[in-house]
Design a protein around this ligand. Sequence first.
Ligand SMILES: [Zn+2]
Length: 77
Amino acid sequence: MKLQKCPCCGETEVEAFDTCPKCGWCNDYASNMNPDERDMPNNDLSLNEAKAYYRKTGKPIPYEGTYYKKSKDQVVA
Ligand SMILES: [Zn+2]
């Protein structure tokens, strides 16, 4: 597998379906191609939402449904 720059934070190199150690983004091709489409492996965040979250907080995107449950009606928590 080929390493590529993390599509979310751009600060690390990840393989396909790796989870980035910096921003927590799971590098799956579906959302890389459709950055506004919400994505199950990434806690129902779209790539653009995950980018905004990481830029705003500097933290990896939260998992296990916490983000989605708490901020269902907000774009970014
Ligand atoms: Zn990243």
